[in-house]
Design a protein around this ligand. Sequence first.
Ligand SMILES: [Zn+2]
Length: 308
Amino acid sequence: MYSLLLALTLLTPIQGEPIAQEKLDDPAPLVPLWEQSRGVPPIRWAGDRLVEAQQEARDRRVAILLWILRDGEPASEAWASNRILDQNYLKVLEEESVPAIVWLPALDGTRHQEERIRDSEEAKPRWRCPVLRNCRCEEHTGSEMLLQGVELPELLPAALFFSGDGELLGQLDKEIPFQDTESLLEALIEKRAPSRATRLNLEFFEIHLERASKHYENGEYARGSAELVAAKRYFEKLGPRMKTRWDETCRPYLGYGTRLLNRAKQIGRVDRSRRINLLRIIAKELAGLPPGQTAALLLKRDLTPRKQ
Ligand SMILES: [Zn+2]
């Protein structure tokens, strides 16, 4: 590949760099000035990653919220130019749901095309969806399979709730897509489970588990235990798979704790002060985990003066 490029460069020295030539032939237009300075807020749509979206919905105990819009409909265009640029609106969508979107062809069958733009004078050209702006069109075409066998709402924009098992749960109140962020939040709070995790919660939980595994490998048990205790705080917000993942990450710590507790028991028969030292270590290294709690109890018992 490199040698081919090199050969081509050597053969065409007069034409200059290929990129410059490409720019000359096809200068992608710059995005509007306001977009150059403000940018477009990011959001992660489900796209065609529906298995992952359903898993995320189950893990976070929220629904998939599928937005339905259509080309050639002024209300859909208005939604895109207001809501897609509203960071708070997108934040609510990501906190309270797993957001997905479809953008249907116009009633005459025509469809918008991707556009090639540059974000600044210096930026390389990129392709994007002209209505969603921050992603490619595949992010909305990929979710169309969610609509299989589903009756389309008459009034668009509309949004449908799907469970993590792919079941259609219902429709977001018809007027909400025409209203502001506050109305959206109220409507979603009304529908949500008593406790649910945001995307950020789930990310933090994963980070705690990752660190706990790493600390175990490095023999930093106290730091790892602290990560596991921190992760446990998210339990009631998360689905059952995440609890299993926590158990799996915790298992080596439990094994380590059991081995130390057994040793303390054996040592205790011959050397009380070494037993107490070892129990102190277990209580400190595995604080908040079952072996640490057991060690703390044993220590308390050992140090309490016995009544004669
Ligand atoms: Zn598009």
